[in-house]
Design a protein around this ligand. Sequence first.
Ligand code: 4LI
Ligand code: NI
Length: 184
Amino acid sequence: MYLMKDITRDGDPVLRARAKKVQFPLSEADKQLAHDLMEYLVVSQDEEENKKYHLRPGVGLAAPQVGVSECMAAVLVPGPDDSILLKEVLINPVVISNSVQDAALSEGEGCLSVDQDVEGYVVRHDRITVRYQNLAGETKKIRLKNYPAIVCQHEIDHLNGILFYDHINKKTPFKMDPEGILID
Ligand SMILES: CNC(=O)c1cccc(C)c1Nc1nc(N2CCN(c3ccccc3Cl)CC2)nc(N2CSC[C@H]2C(=O)NC)n1
Ligand code: NI
């Protein structure tokens, strides 16, 4: 199981590299990586477990964040009550279309690889269509909006060497297009 010591932090060049495409059939190492990425999210979202193992909670974790420069990311986005909005391992994900409308988390974004708080709206697309391969190697296409869409954009950015604060406007960090949506 990953601990915070296993998470690569901003400054490590792996976080600024373009990750390599994952080949199918998956190697045993890639199957284990997929499992470990998702396991981190599950454990980190459990209040008892995350305290026991000193884990920062997360809803997304990309392979470069554990030092593996490959196009794979796990997302586990809880919904209201104990529902799950999105639980998937995205392999070779690509945003193939997006809304013109922008969106940002009203509270800003955090990242397991960035220890300091960086304030400001991380302006993203409100709706996206993502094409990816799942663990079985099937090519899938999902349409996402609001929080799950923000999370997937954040994780796909990691595969392209982009960190969330790259999207924050330095001069006007809390400026948002009037048509844009602030997500609580
Ligand atoms: C600077 N202000 C802030 O960070 C920020 C501040 C307030 C609110 C939000 C909403 C903020 N923003 C933000 N909060 C999250 N979490 C909220 C808490 N949650 C969680 C916590 C405990 C148990 C279970 C869970 Cl589920 C885990 C996820 N996650 C992300 N991001 C950005 S996209 C990838 C995703 C990620 O996993 N980051 C590690 N951003
Ligand atoms: Ni991140």
